[in-house]
Write a protein that binds this ligand. Structure first.
Ligand code: UT7
Length: 345
């Protein structure tokens, strides 16, 4: 059962989106680039996943580099306001210790603020959003910078055709400020859940305290795709339905569905399950692949920049990832300037 984590409904303490940005590393890898090396075909990848290309970080680029770029753009979009906390959702920190967030905060000129990482794989952005909303509700911060950044290319077995075509690297970020419950941009109740009994479905076995083996193969990310697919559809559909109910909305009132971009077929099944028609489903997987925690905020930023997400839209967000973890929330889209990778800072 998905639990509901309400962002504590004290009047005047809702978390409201006031800044949005994203960044993708410049290098693009197409399906054509992969097919000979991996023994796959462009057609297989595109028809099974909806992915045509993805951005991949250069070897000298770490997750913090992507996070700083996205964070700076979100701050610019918010009018270069001060924040009191930085939360970084990532499964690919620069090092296993310490967290990457403090370094990102310092590089953004914010040494001294609260800064920490949140790890919930592809649901990391929604777990981070609930945490940020909690900081604001508890009076710990007036504004929070939430960045979701992942460089999954650094975890993949370069020979594994079941994972390499799927994942891309990227970062997305939001600035949240203290506001009131019913204003545009106020984050609705966040539904979060987990199932640790299926932690084996998406995992990197080595490198943690449990498996200290140095075997190279165990240091790679592995996913049991077909089983994950089934859980992803079921969990995102259930969480999304619960979030819509918690908001007091009906599913037929949703203007835009923004799902974690795991696979175009997964988005399609979730949308059909919810009865949300194709013209209301945001999608960018074709050009970016699955960017893990960064997937939802990159899609929000691109859709805002392109005008697909407009002020007043009732937006439903949902994500699913390793853990297993899942989540969903709602928001009436606010007036925002999305600062994207091409923009001067
Ligand atoms: O972000 C976190 C959540 N992640 C997800 O939600 C991912 C969920 N899973 C998926 O998106 C899909 O399961 C995949 C895209 C990973 C795989 O697609 P699938 O349709 O479920 O394929 P499959 O894993 O069941 O494999 C079917 C066949 C297998 O061959 P056999 O055993 O039927 O002979 C695979 O070996 O396709 C083969 N295959 C490939 N063939 C060509 C797997 N990957 C490839 C490939 N190219 N890249």
């Amino acid at each position: 059962m998905a639990g509901i984590v309400p962002p504590v409904g004290l009047p005047g303490h809702a978390a409201v989106i006031c800044g949005l940005g994203y960044w993708l590393p410049p290098k693009v890898v197409t399906n054509e680039d992969l097919h000979t090396r991996l023994g796959t075909s462009e057609e297989w990848i595109y028809s099974r996943t909806g992915i045509a290309s993805r951005h991949v970080a250069d070897p000298d680029m770490a997750t913090s580099d992507l996070a700083v770029e996205a964070g700076a753009r979100a701050l610019k979009s918010a009018g270069d306001v001060e924040v009191q906390a930085l939360i970084l959702a990532t499964t690919t920190p620069d090092r296993s210790c310490p967290a990457t967030a403090p370094e990102v905060a310092s590089r953004l000129g914010m040494t001294g603020i609260a800064a920490f990482d949140v790890s919930a794989v592809c649901t990391g952005f929604l777990y981070g959003l609930a945490t940020a909303a909690g900081f604001i509700a508890a009076g710990l911060a007036e504004r929070v910078l939430l960045i979701a950044a992942d460089t999954f290319s650094t975890l993949l077995d370069p020979e594994d055709r079941t994972t390499v075509p799927i994942f891309g690297d990227g970062a997305g970020a939001l600035v949240l400020r203290r506001g009131i419950d019913d204003e545009p941009g106020a984050i609705g109740k966040v539904v979060l859940g987990s199932d640790g009994e299926r932690s084996d479905l998406i995992a990197v076995e080595a490198g943690g305290s449990q498996e200290r083996s140095a075997a190279v193969q165990e240091g790679y990310f592995r996913m049991r795709g077909r089983e994950v697919f089934r859980h992803a559809v079921e969990r995102m559909s259930t969480a999304a339905t619960a979030a819509v109910e918690a908001a007091g909305w009906r599913l037929d009132e949703i203007d835009r569905l923004v799902t974690h971009q795991a696979n175009a077929r997964i988005t399609s099944f979730v949308a059909s399950e919810l009865g949300i028609p194709p013209d209301r489903r945001a999608q960018n997987i074709e050009r970016v692949g699955n960017t893990a925690a960064a997937s939802v905020p990159i899609l929000l930023a691109e859709a805002t920049a392109g005008g697909y997400l407009a002020p007043g839209h009732r937006v439903l967000l949902t994500a699913f990832g390793g853990g297993l973890t899942w989540g969903a929330t709602t928001v009436v889209w606010p007036e925002l300037e999305s600062v994207s990778l091409g923009d001067e800072l």
